[in-house]
Design a protein around this ligand. Structure first.
Ligand code: ATP
Ligand code: MG
Ligand code: MG
Ligand code: MG
Length: 339
């Protein structure tokens, strides 16, 4: 019997468009002799689009207005064997959809409520990983109310970290809302931007002047495996949205040219983080590596990483001998095994 899969894409976050691209690739790759796949695009307004509108959204990369409220449509998700929530960022990668699916009793690809929520929030991630002994940059939390009522306190926290520093919405991705702040004069604008997108903002010391950026894929539930380590190289000051999504701005190197012991350390730290955060199915764990000092710092854990055929996560497992379509098949199997 073919498995009936509901593929959710789009969503309400700033990564709507990226999710549609990933979904197009996954739709093409799920073997049709094993799976009956129904895509549903969630509009930026949070409405679940009917089949015709979903098809148009996938083709044009732009969702129409209309559609059903989530609870209404989720009730009819009863007939599916598993859901692939290919959604990035808030209301998708953060435990909200995972909670809905858990309540509905439908198996789904990826981390559950806890792993998704904790990994999405960069501050919670840092706290949990610190208690697991994982090396990370120095950081401070600020919430919107503090920025409005006592801005000088928030600025003091930044000054403590020193410049340059990074300012980021705590719960986003694709570098949306992230600024590198080179001196105190640039701080206000960076904080205004980050707080326009999130109630919680993280201030981070820089990992190094220009750290190498390493990424590793994790696959599995309670016995996860790590992929080879990949590296991203680019000219830009940091890996911002344009660099991520403009063809030719960044290059992927798999495996990353690294001493064997560093690559092994990346893989071990990533597996430790995956377990500490109670992740499941998949995650892409990102690191900073300073060649001069040998410092290796964990940057973040993405529980639903970019998933086009040219994205890092599938490329990492391709290098490990798992084709894109074998990988998505494995992810669905892991979803069904999870309970
Ligand atoms: P993703 O799309 O991978 O989910 P994201 O939006 O969650 O990314 P980060 O990975 O936290 O954002 O940061 C984006 C980029 O900014 C990093 O890849 C790196 O180039 C730069 N960066 C972020 N934090 C630091 C830091 N503390 N030190 C140096 N560079 C940093
Ligand atoms: Mg991220
Ligand atoms: Mg992300
Ligand atoms: Mg990142």
């Amino acid at each position: 019997m073919k498995k009936r899969i509901l593929l959710l894409a789009g969503g309400q976050s700033g990564e709507h468009e990226v999710s549609l691209r990933s979904a197009r690739s996954v739709l093409r790759a799920l073997p049709r002799d094993q799976f009956d796949v129904t895509p549903v695009v969630i509009s930026p307004q949070g409405r679940w689009l009917p089949p015709g509108d979903t098809q148009r959204a996938l083709e044009t990369g732009e969702a129409q207005r209309g559609g059903d409220l989530v609870l209404h449509r989720a009730a009819s998700a009863e007939g599916y064997d598993a859901v692939f929530p290919l959604l990035h960022g808030p209301m998708g990668e953060d435990g909200t959809i995972q909670g809905l699916l858990t309540l509905a009793g439908i198996p789904f690809v990826g981390s559950g409520v806890l792993g998704s929520a904790v990994s999405m929030d960069k501050v919670m991630t840092k706290q949990v990983l610190a208690s697991a002994g994982i090396p990370q940059v120095a950081w401070r939390l600020a919430v919107r109310r503090e920025w409005h009522d006592r801005p000088e306190e928030v600025c003091d926290r930044a000054h403590e970290l020193g410049y340059p520093l990074f300012v980021k919405p705590a719960n986003l991705g694709s570098s949306v809302g992230i600024s590198k702040v080179n001196h105190p004069g640039e701080l206000e604008r960076a904080l205004d931007l980050a707080f326009s997108l999130d109630r919680r903002v993280i201030l981070e010391a820089v990992a190094a002047h220009k750290p190498r950026e390493l990424e590793v894929g994790i696959l599995g539930n309670d016995a996860p495996i790590a992929s080879p380590v990949g590296e991203l190289r680019f000219e830009a000051d940091f890996y911002d949205y344009e660099t991520k999504y403009t063809e030719g701005r960044a290059t992927m190197h798999i495996p990353a040219p690294l001493p064997g012991e560093i690559a092994e350390r990346v893989r071990t730290l990533a597996l430790t983080a995956f377990r500490a955060l109670d992740c499941a199915g998949l995650a892409r764990v990102d690191f900073f590596y300073d060649e001069r000092t040998g410092d290796l710092l964990l940057n973040e854990v993405n529980t639903m990483p970019g998933f086009t055929t040219t994205s890092m996560y599938p490329k990492l497992f391709e290098a490990a001998g798992l084709s894109y379509s074998e990988l998505v098949t494995r992810l669905v199997e892991l979803a069904l095994e999870k309970r």
